[in-house]
Every structure is written in C-alpha cells, then in structure tokens.
Design a protein around this ligand. Structure first.
Ligand SMILES: *Cc1c(COP(=O)(O)O)cnc(C)c1O
Length: 380
C-alpha cells in the first residue's frame, strides 16, 4: 500500500469506516474474507473445538479434521442443493491445474472438446487442453477485447463434443454469463466458476463439472472446490497418473494425500457464513445492489467508461477507465491513500477494476462510489 501523499483528497464525503486496523480491499484475488470468519479462524488456529490443538496442526486422518471436511462438504451441498448424482471434492493446485485435469479426465483420444473463449482464463484453459487432446474453439471473443459474452447463435459447437468448457465470470474483463448457453444433448457442460462461485444461485444439475479456485469468493488460495457428475469419473484413460484422476480423489473423499487442511477449514467457515447470511439468493441480491452502485456512477457521466458491454457486465468485477492513463494512475494512487486498496486493473487491460466479491461489504462499495464521484468533481 502506498503511503498517504499530499495529493490525497481531504474533502471526500464521509461514508462508513472499515473496522479499525483494516482498510477497504478490492483485490481481485486473493481477496477479502468475511470478518466473522477471520475472527473465528484466529481462535481456531490456536485451538479448535476445545482440542488444545490448532486447525493447522491436526492430522488430516483425525476426528477433528474429519468433521471439518464433512461440514465443509455439507455446507456446500446445502447452499447449492447439489444433487446426489454429483460428488464434491476439495483439491489443490489452483484452478490452473484444472485446466489440465479436465482434459486428462474427460477428453479421450479420438474425441474433441469445445471451448468458449471469453477471456484470458479461458485462453489458458484451451491451451492446456490442446496439449492433451483435440479441441475446437466454439467462440473467440479476443477480436473484441473480450468485451462481451456471446449470444447462443454465435457459438459454433463441433459435431459431438466430449464436453463444453466455459468461464462463468471473466475476472480480468468484468464480464459474466447471465445463464448457461444451450448445449448439444449429451455433452457435459464444464465451468470454471473461480470468480463467481456461490455469488448467486447455481443449478448444479445442468453441469457435468464445476471447478473454482477458492481465493476469490470462497476462501484462501490453494484450495479448489470441484463438483463432478459421478458417471464422468470413469471416463479417464488408465494412462493418466492416479493423482490427476478425479476418481482417485472421489474414492478417497479428498484425502488421497494430505489436503490443504487449513484452506478447507477456512472455506467451510466461509460457506457457513454464506448460509447464515441467507444463502445464495441473499448473496445475489446483495451483490447486484453493490454492482449497481458502481455502474450507476460509471454511467452517470462521460468521465468514466465501463469496459464491458452493458448486457455482459459482471456483478463481481467492475472494470472501468478514465480519459487518460495519467488520470487512472492518479485515481489508483489517491484511492490507495484514502484507504481503498486493490483498484488497479489487470496488467492485460490497464484501467481500474473493483472486485466486489461476496465478502466485500456494502460499506466498502459505498465508500468507493463516493470516492469516484469526488474524484470526478475534482478532476472532471
Ligand atoms: C483467478 C482465476 C483462475 C486462476 O486461479 P489459480 O488458483 O491462480 O490457478 C482461473 N480462472 C478464473 C476465472 C480466475 O478468476
């Protein structure tokens, strides 16, 4: 964080202050976590459930961790109403390992996998799949700088795809699917939901596989939540190493090797926090309200320019630009000095990005909206 400079605004309108010792954090990931969860984790790191041993010190084969693991899975199943046809796994290696594990498991020789490419993360996913098998790019948004999500009639599937891969929220470009596109009958839909998992209701029965790195909406980095339809477990060719087979992890209930025990614990606490806050419907309402506050500021004058097409805008990552890079630099520096951190856009796009995931409080977004209005009045 930059130190306070003389150019810091002194007249910013007053909004709710963050909890003492904390600042407003708009980082794209790892990202802000719910404060009640952090408080609980502080205690549980010392000693969890009266055991005299901290959560990071318990054996993954012991009773305490068994309960932690089971509670995390139960909260996950309950939140999304996950049908019994689908397994829930907690894996490691980030979402990026899934770019390779998905084709290793679901793309046998002689078949083709279809990828809908709507951003850098989908590009990385298709690149890994190409190294493993045959792929077909069903849509490519690169020519339009990934400003939008395609309509159904722009997607061209191959004849009999082994699966269809999409990225539900494009973290870097601030675009998000409103609903699943139609897919050919029998082709499993595979989704990277890393940056919008559990930000709104999700109908798991529509998917063959869902994966999400936890560090945006669900917990710390180093854990991946993966949901897979059971019948897909057996597609994997025998030549794939066992640690890369979903089957292995499903059979061992995510305990094939030592899991990220602390990460699964923290994710479980975040899921319980979502549940106690009213579940996914309540999350979706809050997230839509937060996003609207920022898009309203962006749309209210010509000073700001939203980079995503209006119909494709994300409620998780709000990307916007000002008239010049100089102004954008000044904005980010002054925002940081005012205690609003992490607003610099991704290096691939420039500009600004406010990541306002589940755990980002309404107060933070109100403070940012007020700061943007103030900045505009001073510089516009
Ligand atoms: C952050 C992100 C990733 C990469 O996650 P890692 O855990 O760093 O591998 C992949 N996909 C999406 C959509 C992301 O937002």
């Amino acid at each position: 964080m930059a130190t306070r400079t003389s150019s810091a605004p002194t007249s910013a309108p007053s909004t709710e202050a963050p909890t003492p010792g904390r600042i407003w954090n708009f980082s794209a990931g790892p990202a802000v976590l719910p404060e009640p969860v952090l408080r609980q984790a502080q205690e549980d790191l010392w000693s969890i459930r009266g055991s005299g041993i901290g959560i990071a010190e318990h054996s993954h084969r012991g009773k305490i961790y068994e309960t932690v693991n089971a509670e995390a899975e139960a909260a996950c199943r309950e939140l999304a109403g996950i049908p019994s046809s689908h397994k829930v796994l907690f894996l490691q290696g980030g979402a990026s390992l899934q770019f390779a594990m998905v084709p290793f498991n679901l793309l046998p020789a002689g078949r083709t996998a279809d990828y809908i490419v709507t951003g850098v993360w989908s590009q990385k996913a298709i690149k890994e799949a190409k190294a493993i098998g045959q792929v077909h790019q069903a849509f490519d948004g690169a020519g339009e700088e990934f400003r939008r999500i395609p309509s159904a009639d722009e997607i061209r599937y191959s004849a009999d795809p082994a699966y269809i891969h999409l990225t539900t929220n494009n973290t870097i470009y601030g675009t998000q699917w409103r609903s699943e596109p139609p897919v050919p009958a029998g082709a499993p839909l595979v989704a990277d939901t890393s940056s919008d998992m559990f930000s709104r209701p999700i109908d798991v029965s529509k998917y063959g596989l869902i994966y999400a790195g936890a560090q945006k909406n669900l917990g710390p980095s180093g854990v991946v939540l993966l949901i897979i339809r059971e019948d897909l477990l057996d597609r994997v060719p025998a030549s794939v190493p066992s640690i890369l087979q979903y089957k292995t992890h499903a059979k061992e209930k995510s305990l094939y090797n030592t899991p990220n025990t602390f990460g699964v614990y923290l994710m479980g606490e975040v899921l319980k926090w979502i549940r106690s806050g009213g579940g996914l419907d309540a999350m979706a309402r809050r997230n839509a309200e937060k996003a609207r506050l920022l898009y309203d500021v962006i749309d209210s004058t010509d000073f700001w320019r939203g980079t995503a097409e209006a119909g494709s805008r994300s409620i998780m990552n709000v990307c916007f630009r000002a008239a010049s890079e100089e102004l954008e630099k000044a904005f980010c520096a002054e925002a940081t000095a005012a205690g609003l951190d992490g607003l610099k856009g991704h290096r691939a796009t420039g500009g600004m990005r406010a990541s306002i995931y589940n755990a980002c409080p309404l107060g933070a977004v109100e403070a940012l909206a007020a700061f943007m209005r103030d900045f505009e009045q001073r510089k516009g």
